[in-house]
Design a protein around this ligand. Structure first.
Ligand code: NAD
Length: 447
């Protein structure tokens, strides 16, 4: 089948590569000419495990193309997948300008029947706006071409996106036309061979389902972070509490890890946009307001602990392990590391940082500055630093050489934003170890 994909970011590239792998002929179009040029040189602009090999294989087979020629792209696909960004507007609502520009382009160039499939995360009612824009373009051309608009929110997780697309838990389809359901079913059939995973509903419910999923996950995280704050103050260990509640099947173990707050390109903006959508219809979303407030506070927790430990931070050097908002990605959008680094710099401290894949992204965001040194390895970063802060739970940080860390640091202090280590073991090893929600730390000074 012929598929056009608008937007060559995380969702567009993963969807494009996976649909091409299933044998479809996919054209990915992006307005960012530099990005398209890189893609056509065979470079993959994002870090996503497994993506590069998939893209190369399908490009070589002629099933996956990249272009910035929108007219050609519109003419290509029976399926027109909209995967462009929906960043937050100034008031927190989702900025739909990219989505509506795509709809305009479709209206301006569509030659025959097509299904416009919105995979971008968009507020309820967006499908109606998309339909109007496409129709306006067709009417301006004096054409009566039929088309359908479908909501198909994407649930892939950065870092595991290929697997999520190839083996989805569910595929949510919002449609008002049974014929479209069958065509979409055929498109996704290669990924649902084991059993049917299509969840078909009306368009508005599908649009809301995506926000509901992200808001629920963000709520779980903020709930655990709130509980961690309480645990710390009453002398309990949140990790024990986590296991204690996770064993209840009604609660479950996933997404109840305390940490440095949620980040990335989705949860912060989607919680905000959902809150804004509720506001617009006269409903105050109190739970979402609290989720956001707890998260904003949580992003400062590591800095607060470091500040309390040292007092004056001027002239101090803090080593950072992890820059990405989570492991297995180079995405630093809304990452806790940024809040920490910026607070440290504002307090007069210097940062040495290491991340297995996000260092080019960090250099792109912050450029060269005297108070930031990017190191090539995790041991190098602690050399001569006053303390180590762990921000992202990359696997390689789980079992480090603590003797070497202790010898390299000026004071043996670790601020662990991901609860990677056992506090008792860390105390025995002679560290001042600060974790999230694990009772009072033992403080050690270097003799
Ligand atoms: N990243 C995720 O993990 C994830 C998961 C599920 C859903 N989503 C949602 O999917 C959407 C896309 O997210 P992303 O992370 O892939 O975004 P992204 O920022 O990585 O990529 C978006 C791409 O769209 C391009 N673009 C903008 N306007 C365009 C136009 N008119 N025509 C063609 N291309 C255009 C941009 O140049 C950019 O390359 C968002 O709504 C997001 O909320 C993201």
């Amino acid at each position: 089948m012929k598929v056009t994909i608008y937007g060559s970011g995380y969702v567009g590239l993963v969807s494009g590569a996976c649909l091409a792998e299933a044998g479809n002929h996919v054209i990915c179009v992006d307005i960012d000419a530099a990005r398209v040029e890189r893609l056509n040189r065979g470079e993959v602009p994002i870090h996503e495990p497994g993506l590069e090999a998939l893209m190369h294989r399908n490009r070589d087979a002629g099933r996956l193309e990249f272009t910035n020629d929108t007219a050609r792209a519109v003419e290509h696909g029976l399926f027109q997948l909209v995967c462009v960004g929906t960043p937050p507007d100034e008031d927190g609502s989702a900025d739909l300008s990219h989505v509506l520009k795509v709809a305009q382009a479709i209206g301006a160039h569509l030659p025959r029947y097509a299904i416009v499939v919105t995979k971008s995360t968009v507020p309820v009612g967006t499908a109606d706006q998309v339909r109007l824009q496409v129709q306006a373009g067709l009417s301006a051309r004096g054409l009566a071409i039929e088309f359908d608009v479908v909501s198909n929110p994407e649930f892939l997780k950065e870092g595991a996106a290929i697997d999520d697309f190839m083996r989805p838990d569910r595929i949510v389809i919002g449609t008002d036309n049974p014929r479209t359901t069958e065509l979409i079913r055929a498109l996704y059939e290669p990924f649902t061979r084991n059993h049917d995973r299509l969840v078909v509903m009306d368009i508005r419910s599908a649009e809301l389902t995506k926000y509901a999923a992200n808001a629920m996950l963000a709520t779980k995280i903020s709930f655990m972070n709130e509980l961690a704050a309480v645990a710390e103050r009453v002398g309990a260990d949140i990790e024990k509490v986590r296991i204690g509640i996770g064993s209840d099947p009604r609660i479950g173990y996933s997404f109840i890890y305390p940490g440095t707050g949620y980040g990335g390109s989705c949860f912060p903006k989607d919680v905000q946009a959902l809150k804004r959508s509720a506001d617009e219809v006269g409903y105050e979303a109190s739970v979402l307001t609290a989720v956001e407030r707890v998260n904003n506070r949580q992003k400062h927790v590591l800095f607060d602990k470091i500040k309390r430990h040292f007092g004056d931070l001027r002239g101090k050097t803090i080593a950072l392990w992890g820059l990405a908002f989570k492991p297995n990605t180079d995405d630093m959008r809304e990452a806790a590391s940024r809040v920490l680094m910026e607070a440290l710099w504002a307090a007069g401290a210097r940062v040495r940082a290491y991340d297995p894949v996000a260092m080019p992204e960090c250099a792109r965001i912050y450029g060269t500055r005297p108070d930031l040194v990017l190191c090539k390895t995790s041991p190098e970063v602690v050399e001569g630093a006053d303390a180590l802060a762990i921000v992202t739970e990359w696997r390689e940080f789980r079992s480090p050489d603590f003797d070497a860390i202790k010898a390299a640091l000026r004071t043996p202090a670790i601020f662990d934003g991901r609860n990677l280590y056992d506090p008792a073991q860390m105390a025995r090893a002679g560290f001042s170890y600060y974790a999230i929600g694990r009772g009072k730390p033992s403080i050690v000074s270097k003799s």
